[in-house]
Design a protein around this ligand. Structure first.
Ligand code: BG6
Ligand code: GLC
Ligand code: GLC
Length: 914
């Protein structure tokens, strides 16, 4: 189709007036009315908002790619950075050395060098392009007086990319004049790293990758408002801006902002843009490397403006409106008119001379009128570009305003790219049009410093800081990551300590006989009272064991901290008061039911109903109890309170109660494990191995008191400074070292100490020590369970932490999660090593090749933590491959077990009486 054909079909022209008329008619096609611009603005805004909500939307939409830049620069960044720019300015690549001096230092000019990329490299295999870039980089660095220090590089890569980290970005598609094979879907940072490594000359860390718009925004100066938009009109065109993170569907973020690269070059709306596309635009598109793509960019980008002018001039020559109808070979050759030619014609007064130069370059014979007309063509093409760009920018401004719910928006737009540098008129048309389209916005335009190079260096500085933080985090958490060897050593040490303890030799494991000789056989019957003291809750229970099963009624009573740490007499009086209250409420007053006492502390037992408290553990410290028979203390309190009807039959550790309780359901249950406030295990040992109890046949349940494992220093190699701090601040320093690495009473404290340390290093909470984190026990172990729960999004994790008054950034939440994971994983793995030692001992005791055994487990940490139990099981499989271990969670607490022990004792007592 001939865009300017007259209705009569007449082609040739005679006089200059006709030429002028024909040129004018042709240039009419490049006019865009204000109404059309408004339509484009609205369509682009709709396309942006759709892409924010649904990134998988139609291909014609803009892409709205989140970058990993979450804040605009503070100006405090410092250091030397290498910047490599690829893809912004046509066929060249730029390398810069940028020194950031923070807010105080003087501004230092960067050094830079530009390299022309050969055409065959731009269109060859991707690998070749990156090898070329790495070579240029080294060539540039060779000119600098550098010592052997590792260098930090920021990579400005100006093509649409899916970014998944500050240093991870996969190419979606090439745009502009590039078409290298094998690159789409590849991580461009990795490609660059590999190419640099191949060069081998410098140690360079590619720390960050950014789009040119981001570098431009980060290198912008403050105007009346913050600089939150980066606008590039270079070879191609695009913009980025700071979007509210909560509006970006692909991000799991509800706070803060994130820089989004619009990739508006791909905008193509049939309704709004379609009518504006001229034949010249279509011809240009057909002849491009990416026909059908980047239609908007092809009307604005510097790579295309000269070509559009050329197509118009060739057409007008063909119509004999110019050059006497005689084209030169150069005029017919694509790519012969460049942006610099348009630049030379820009100025209203000197531009005509510039047009002459262009025409001479093209080998065209010209008259004065021709030069003027050519100049007009140039203006028309660049004016349309500037007005379209203004419509797009106005859409971004409208989006900013809407996202922030502002009446008026004050913002600075950083501009970058050759079109701004070479065509000063472009910015004035842009500015004027934006005023028209976005009257409610107060916009200032500021050129980006050093063509965006400084901005890239700033992002690199931030990325380098984050990478350094990550290294410090890894260093801090490394001692918590126990490998197979270390765990095997723990298992072996535990085995050694078990056997020394059983033999009555010095050992951190006391291996206490419990006088429980058998697990229940199901024939137990009767009503029993039980007490359960030493875990999270103090409970009184009524346990009815009948042929149909076990029925339990229980009540939780609180024990005030003053009582747990007051006098023993107070503690036991309180316990008896609770029992009496319970009896009254259950209508049991006056009845003498046998009572089993779950007492979850280390006791030296001489019989079932005699237990000398060796020492308090966990938070208890009531005076005058250690070294005393706990059953006697209870009986004395009963006497004092004149609650004469209580008959204490058995004292049982919670591990034993749990084993008995699970053993009632599964006869293979021969191990009891607690991972709650404290941690401990018991198991059925051969009586012949138990030096403290006479007899060679049969079994006895041994309360290992494994919480004290390592109190002889055997775990010191694994212990961290955080463990030491927790231990030192506890009421029993030096004691219960294994328990302090595993159980619920301590894990939160370990995490708190790590968080304090990381804050001190400046890794967390921007280095600000907060009052709240100084408070002991503020970080509860239940937070670990909550934070590590898979169903929780990171934003909920943040909510938990914010409730503690911690001033979080989005990176902080992830780091805190990692700290929690490291601490709970170590705990679970250590616990697994302990269980492995126990089941292996049972297997060896019985001379079995393979053992199948069940472990009854209880405790809040084990039950509430989302991954603890599976990690314990996995570790046991790893360390005790010849044992098949089934873990049974106790549902009724160890009170039921205590009742069962009591039932067995009553049955035995009766049978001896008979
Ligand atoms: C319970 C027992 O089920 O588990 C308690 O009945 C025991 O006696 C407890 O101490 C361990 O868990 P926690 O988390 O309450 O210490
Ligand atoms: C192209 C690229 C885009 C870049 C722009 C300006 O549109 O796809 O990433 O920002 O050119 O260089
Ligand atoms: C502590 C106690 C121990 C108990 C364990 C679990 O380690 O000393 O007896 O079994 O906590 O509650």
């Amino acid at each position: 189709m001939d865009p300017t054909a007259s209705p009569s079909g007449e082609g040739a022209l005679g006089c200059p007036e006709d030429s002028i008329r024909l040129v004018e008619t042709c240039l009419q096609l490049f006019t865009v009315t204000d109404a059309q611009l408004q339509q484009i603005q609205a369509a682009l805004l709709a396309s942006m908002e759709q892409a924010l909500q649904d990134p998988e939307g139609p291909a014609s939409a803009v892409r709205m790619l989140p970058t990993y830049v979450g804040s605009i620069p503070h100006g405090t960044e410092q250091g030397d950075f290498v910047v490599l720019e690829l893809g912004a300015t046509g066929a060249s690549l730029r390398v810069l050395w940028v020194t950031l001096t923070g807010t105080e230092g003087p501004r230092l000019e960067p050094r830079s060098q530009e390299f022309v990329i050969p055409q065959e490299v731009m269109l060859g295999p991707g690998q070749q392009l990156f090898d070329f870039a790495a070579r240029c980089l080294c060539e540039f660095l060779d000119t600098l007086p550098l010592c052997q220090q590792p260098l930090q590089l920021g990579f400005s890569f100006s093509f649409p990319c899916h970014q998944t980290g500050l240093d991870k970005s996969t190419l979606i598609s090439w745009t502009k004049g590039f078409w290298c094979s094998g690159m789409e879907g590849q991580d461009v940072v990795q490609m660059l790293r590999d190419a640099i490594r191949k060069q081998g000359a410098y140690s360079i860390d590619v720390v960050a990758v950014v789009n040119d718009t981001v570098g431009t925004m980060m290198g912008g100066q403050l105007g009346p408002g913050p600089c939150e938009v980066g606008l590039v009109v270079d070879t191609g065109t695009n913009a980025c801006y700071m979007e509210e993170a909560r509006h970006v569907a692909v991000l799991d973020e509800d706070r803060g902002r994130v820089c989004v690269s619009v990739e508006w070059g791909s905008f193509h709306d049939a309704g709004a843009l379609g009518p504006l596309l001229t034949t010249f635009d279509h011809v240009l598109d057909h002849g491009s490397l990416n026909p059908g793509a980047q239609r908007f960019e092809k009307m604005i980008g510097g790579l295309y403006l000269g070509e559009l002018v050329r197509l118009v001039l060739a057409h007008l020559t063909e119509r004999r409106a110019l050059f006497g109808g005689c084209p030169s070979p150069a005029l017919l050759c694509p790519g012969s008119i460049l942006l610099e030619h348009l630049a030379a014609m820009e100025d209203p007064s000197s531009g005509e001379a510039g047009a002459h130069v262009l025409l001479q370059d093209l080998g065209l014979s010209t008259g004065m009128v021709d030069a003027k007309l050519v100049q007009q063509v140039g203006w028309a093409v660049s004016t349309r570009a500037a007005r379209l760009c203004a419509a797009a920018l106005s859409a971004v401004l409208a989006r900013l305003q809407r996202g922030r719910e502002l009446q008026t928006l004050r913002v600075a737009v950083a501009t970058g790219g050759q079109v701004f540098e070479r065509l000063p008129r472009f910015l004035s048309v842009l500015r004027e049009t934006v005023q028209l389209l976005a009257p409610q916005c107060e916009v200032s335009f500021t050129p980006s410093e050093d063509g965006g190079g400084r901005g890239v260096a700033v992002v690199t500085a931030v990325a380098a800081r984050l990478a350094a933080h990550r290294r410090l985090l890894e260093e801090t958490l490394a001692p918590f990551r126990l490998g197979h060897r270390e765990l095997e050593a723990v298992q072996a040490q535990m085995r050694g300590a078990m056997s020394r303890g059983l033999h009555g030799e010095a050992s951190s494991l006391r291996m206490l006989p419990t006088y429980v000789r058998a697990t229940p056989d199901g024939s137990e019957r009767g009503d029993f009272l039980a007490l359960d003291l030493g875990g999270t809750n103090f409970r009184v229970l009524l346990v009815r064991v009948a042929a149909q099963g076990v029925r339990i009624t229980n009540q939780v009573y609180s024990i005030p901290e003053g009582v747990t740490q007051g006098s023993g007499q107070q503690l036991f009086d309180h316990i008896v008061d609770c029992i009496v209250d319970f009896q009254r409420k259950q209508g049991l007053s006056g009845q003498s039911l046998p009572l089993g006492f779950t007492f979850s502390f280390p006791c030296q037992q001489l019989g079932l109903d005699q237990g000398i408290l060796l020492n308090w553990t966990k938070g208890f410290k009531a005076s005058d109890c250690e070294g005393q028979d706990v059953v006697k203390l209870l009986r004395e309190a009963i006497h004092r309170r004149q609650a004469a009807k209580l008959n204490v039959v058995a004292i049982v550790n919670d591990t034993v109660g749990t084993m008995m309780s699970c053993g009632y359901e599964d006869s293979r249950c021969e191990v009891g494990l607690i991972v709650g406030t404290g941690t401990n295990a018991c198991y059925m040992e051969e009586l012949r191995n138990v030096a403290a109890v006479a007899g060679d046949s049969g079994h006895m349940c041994i309360n290992m008191e494994w919480g004290a494992f390592g109190d002889d220093g055997s775990l010191d190699a694994l212990s961290t400074s955080f463990d030491a701090s927790v231990d030192q601040a506890s009421i029993n320093p030096g004691k219960q070292r294994f328990e302090k690495m595993i159980s619920g009473m301590y894990l939160g404290e370990i995490v708190r100490h790590i968080l304090l340390h990381l804050t001190q290093l400046g890794v967390l909470f921007r280095g600000q020590q907060t009052q709240s984190l100084q408070a002991r026990d503020i970080f509860k172990t239940k937070f670990l369970s909550e934070i590590e729960s898979d169903s929780l999004a990171l934003r909920q994790v943040r909510a938990i932490l914010e409730d503690l008054g911690l001033p979080l950034t989005s990176d902080d939440a992830l780091m805190v999660l990692e700290v929690c994971q490291a601490v709970s994983q170590r705990a679970a793995r250590l616990c697994g090593a302990g269980v492995a030692a126990v089941v292996e001992k049972i297997r060896e005791n019985r001379g079995l090749e393979e053992l199948s055994v069940s472990v009854g487990v209880d405790g809040t940490l084990y039950k509430l933590h989302p991954h603890f139990s599976s990690l314990v099981a996995a570790t046991v499989r790893e360390l005790a491959p010849r044992c098949t271990v089934t873990f049974l969670q106790s549902e009724d607490g160890s009170g039921k077990g205590a009742a069962l022990v009591t039932a067995v004792a009553c049955r035995l007592a009766q049978s001896t009486r008979v």
